[in-house]
Design a protein around this ligand. Structure first.
Ligand SMILES: [Fe+2]
Length: 303
């Protein structure tokens, strides 16, 4: 059965009969049109979830930091660890390897996640805020320790990193005295989506990532009332994801933002994230690289 999730456009899919297999036919089209699908009540185990996810994430990304891979299905990695709440964000939109798809699978339920459609969000903003953000480039500034960027990129010297990053639009970095990296990345506050139209789907709302600064391209701070308007509107439009074990959420990370409530320590939420198309620039399994994607990319292990 297919119904709107909250006020849509995301959908909630439930099995036609007990024990029904996860749907496959038509899923790609529904996802393209609606941005997010919550598959509830299928009771998927790790095998089924991992296989299903790889149908729709054809190039998966595993991050070597802050996530733990499932003991058997290595593409399944834990969602961000810890128990703190995170506000709305698009995964990795502050770095040039912004993924296009995320598939979450609930092993042990905790508290809800929430999603919001970035196109609905743009429509619901006041004309003033929309005008302020239209054509605005955001500058995301992030700090990576030496160990982090060495592991993500597979290189450890400055020249190699400069070569990898040279052709990524809007991306720049400076080396810090102790070997760390301060990165800057320019992202449009509102970007076009091929199906949904103008979309706000990025990390501009504080409280999603720690250690991340967002400003105008020239370094000026964003106005508090603009940030507050985006945040309040996102929360007003949000749909909750109330997990049961075996549920799956798949979303278009270029259109739909996600958030989570504070979590109990026993929660186990895994995800497969990556790109919906294998793409000509797919890298061999295990290779490390800065991966240019959508004119945005990142410092990660890609496979
Ligand atoms: Fe996230």
């Amino acid at each position: 059965m297919v119904k709107p999730l909250g006020n849509g456009p995301a959908l909630r899919l439930t099995p036609a009969h007990p024990g029904a297999a996860l749907p496959v036919d038509g899923v790609e089209e529904l996802l393209d049109r609606h941005g997010a699908l919550f598959l509830q009540g299928y009771g998927a185990g790790a095998d089924a979830a991992a296989a299903w996810a790889r149908r729709f994430v054809r190039r998966a990304l595993r991050t070597p930091f802050e996530r733990v891979s499932h003991a058997i299905h290595r593409d399944l990695q834990t969602a961000t660890k810890g128990t703190i709440a995170q506000d709305f964000h698009a995964e990795f939109s502050h770095l040039p390897h912004c993924v296009t798809r995320m598939v979450f699978w609930c092993d042990v339920p905790g508290n809800p996640n929430h999603i919001v459609d970035g196109a609905r969000l743009v429509e619901a903003l006041s004309a003033d805020v929309r005008r302020t953000l239209s054509g605005t480039l955001l500058r995301f500034t992030a700090l990576h320790t030496a160990a982090m960027w060495h592991a993500f990129t597979g290189v450890s010297d400055r020249e190699s990193l400069e070569t990898l990053a040279r052709d990524i639009p809007g991306y720049s970095f400076t080396f810090l005295p102790e070997g760390g990296l301060l990165t800057h990345y320019l992202v449009p506050a509102i970007h076009p989506h091929p199906v949904a139209g103008p979309v706000l789907c990025n990390n501009m709302i504080p409280g999603a990532y720690s250690g991340l600064w967002v400003t105008h391209a020239d370094g000026r701070p964003l106005a508090d009332d603009v940030i507050r308007a985006v945040r309040d509107t996102a929360h007003a439009l949000a749909a909750p994801i109330r997990w049961q074990a075996g549920d799956i959420l798949v979303l278009d990370n270029t259109r739909v933002m996600h958030a989570r409530d504070a979590q109990p320590a026993h929660r186990r939420l895994y995800l497969v994230q990556g790109w919906h198309e294998a793409g000509g620039d797919a890298l061999p399994a295990g290779s490390n690289a800065l991966n240019g994607n959508h004119g945005t990319s990142s410092v990660v292990v890609v496979r």
